[in-house]
Design a protein around this ligand. Structure first.
Ligand code: PAF
Length: 293
């Protein structure tokens, strides 16, 4: 495995692979790698002859009151895991490389609409930071494929839209959420949870699954969502949002929209203690439409 910090070295290596017609799959990360990241690397390995992983904690996607300074940085451990995973190259740029003029003096990418709703309402500037750094990384790596986890489902859709809007020659692939045995979606931020908080955190996914079941049984959406939020609060979560949307563009869904084969996603963000957790559950509503001929 090559370890590169300079974009020119990265480009030279990728150009060499492309010259030999070897496709390149890219997994961007902020490090502190866990089984969720490794599952994205596995998808990358199946997709392309060469796999590049980046590790960069991007200051532009953190607001001043968020955890940029304390975000877990575990480079030595990460490098060992990457070596074992069989990737070809790890790219670990520093901020002087990514934002030579400082992150707030740089040209940025704004994906309209999708970036302002749901997670974007609670974290203004977050998707601008993500889209900007991902475009920069795409320009440096020049991958044929890029793999993003579906835990950050809205982020995945923002990246897909950016790629479409800007005609970028990269195929975006989503990797399924990896969960702990008790259902908690894997995340580097789970490390912040105390033992007691960790025990209660699995109730986020359990409560969302129960919301899904209520919806499938035909409970009124507003009522079912209210019950879900109340349940989470009773378990000690401070809820930012629980919302049911269409998977295509995270469009709002009403009781009347619940028709045959509509693919839906429940998106949620809630704090357990100081740790903000996000999760989502995707499902299809079938058989509600009597529109038979
Ligand atoms: O999902 C992440 O880890 C980050 O948002 C990403 C895509 C690496 C951009 O910094």
């Amino acid at each position: 495995m090559k370890h590169v910090q300079i974009p020119e070295q990265l480009r030279a290596q990728v150009a060499e692979w492309h010259k030999k017609n070897e496709a390149v799959a890219f997994v961007p990360t902020m490090g502190n790698l866990h089984a969720g990241h490794l599952s994205l690397i596995e998808i990358a390995r199946q997709k392309a002859a060469r796999v590049v992983v980046s590790i960069y904690v991007n200051p532009l996607q953190f607001s001043p009151d968020e955890d940029f300074a304390s975000y877990p940085r575990t480079l030595d451990d990460d490098l060992k895991k990457l070596e074992m995973s069989g990737i070809d190259l790890v790219f670990t740029p520093d901020t002087a490389t990514i934002y030579p003029e400082g992150e707030h003096q740089s040209t940025f990418v704004e994906v309209p609409g999708l970036s302002q709703i749901i997670e974007g309402e609670f974290r203004p500037g977050f998707f601008r930071g993500v889209a900007t750094v991902v475009l920069k990384l795409f320009n440096m790596v020049q991958p044929d494929y890029a793999i993003f986890g579906e835990k950050d489902f809205q982020q995945l859709l923002v990246i897909r839209k950016m790629v479409k809007d800007l005609n970028l020659p990269v195929e975006i692939i989503g990797g399924a959420i990896k969960r702990e045995k008790d259902g908690l979606a894997m995340s580097s931020r789970n490390n912040y949870l105390s033992t007691q908080e960790r025990e209660k955190s699995c109730l986020l996914s359990a409560t969302l699954l129960s919301l899904r079941d209520h919806i499938l049984q035909g409970t009124d959406l507003h009522r079912a969502t209210q019950i879900c939020m109340q349940t989470l609060q009773n378990h000690g979560f401070v809820v930012d949002y629980v919302t049911l949307r269409g998977v295509a563009a995270l469009e709002n869904v009403t009781n009347d929209d619940i028709i045959n084969e509509k693919e839906l996603v429940i998106l949620a963000a809630a704090k357990m203690g100081k740790t903000r957790l996000i999760d989502n559950i995707r499902f299809v509503i079938a058989g509600q439409n009597d529109n038979k001929t």
